[in-house]
Ligand binder design. Structure first.
Ligand code: URA
Length: 247
């Protein structure tokens, strides 16, 4: 194992290596992945698709191509968030990615730089990606539920989410990811269109309009509660297995 891998695992509280009997060590992900199809079928409950209930925004006509959509988001003043932020934060990465990670909304660093997850939580997200051999921009796209920073980093309100969601929905339609990973409760409940606890949403394959969706902890929460990183690691392993089964 090289120093970089060691550092990634240290960040996730997984180094020195410990192995729960039912969980693969990080370097064992590849062989585990080889058995993925059977295990996915056996171990992860699949939730039947539920209709999305957030619908206030359905009337908004959204551009259907990348250039038009980016312009539309840049120009958007449809909710009160735009007046309080520096710039919109559209999303970043491979526009044909298999993996889509969705957070809540830009924080101060993202608002300043115009890119999702570039602050402390972003560094942890990059390390989480590295732990499963992924890299920002390389078969990975990162976006948020809302494109404008909520004041004081508060949770986006229901009307702000409903107004912004068509943009993300269109990003998803254009990317056509094989898997969506919702980071935290706001991302998960906004995409699923129903209220639930994060704990109740983890460990199940959900459906977002035909695309499988898994739920894990938000990196900012993991920074505050590092003991939960092991559970996030478990979620990432399930994501790798599921992706492998979709190949
Ligand atoms: N938190 C998020 O949910 N998204 C970001 O882009 C940064 C922090």
């Amino acid at each position: 194992m090289n120093i970089r891998d060691e550092n990634v695992l240290r960040e996730l509280n997984l180094y020195p290596l410990w192995v729960r009997r039912d969980l693969p060590a990080p370097e064992e992900v590849a062989p585990v992945v080889a058995q993925a199809e059977a295990r996915v079928a056996e171990s992860i409950p699949v939730e039947p698709a539920a209709p999305v209930t957030i619908s206030r925004s359905e009337h908004v006509a959204v551009a259907t191509d990348w250039a038009g959509l980016k312009q539309q988001v840049r120009d958007c003043t449809a909710c009160k968030l735009r007046a309080g932020c520096t710039q919109t934060v559209f999303g970043v990465g491979d526009e044909n990615a298999d993996w889509l990670f969705v957070g809540e909304g830009p924080g101060a660093d993202e608002d300043a730089q115009g890119e999702p997850f570039v602050g402390q939580a972003g560094k942890l997200l990059d390390n989480m990606l590295a732990a499963i051999k992924l890299k920002r921009g390389d078969n990975v796209y990162i976006a948020n539920i809302v494109k404008c920073r909520p004041p004081g980093n508060r949770t986006p309100e229901a009307d702000e989410i409903a107004t912004c969601l068509p943009y993300l929905r269109q990003q998803i339609a254009l990317i056509k990811p094989k898997l969506i990973v919702a980071l935290g409760k706001t991302a998960a409940t906004s995409l699923l269109g129903r209220e639930a606890t994060l704990g109740s949403l983890r460990g199940t394959i959900h459906d977002f309009e035909g695309t499988p969706l898994l739920v894990t902890y938000h990196p900012a929460y993991l920074l505050r509660s590092p003991a939960e990183k092991a559970k996030a690691w478990q979620d990432l392993c399930e994501a790798v297995r599921l992706m492998s089964a979709r190949d």
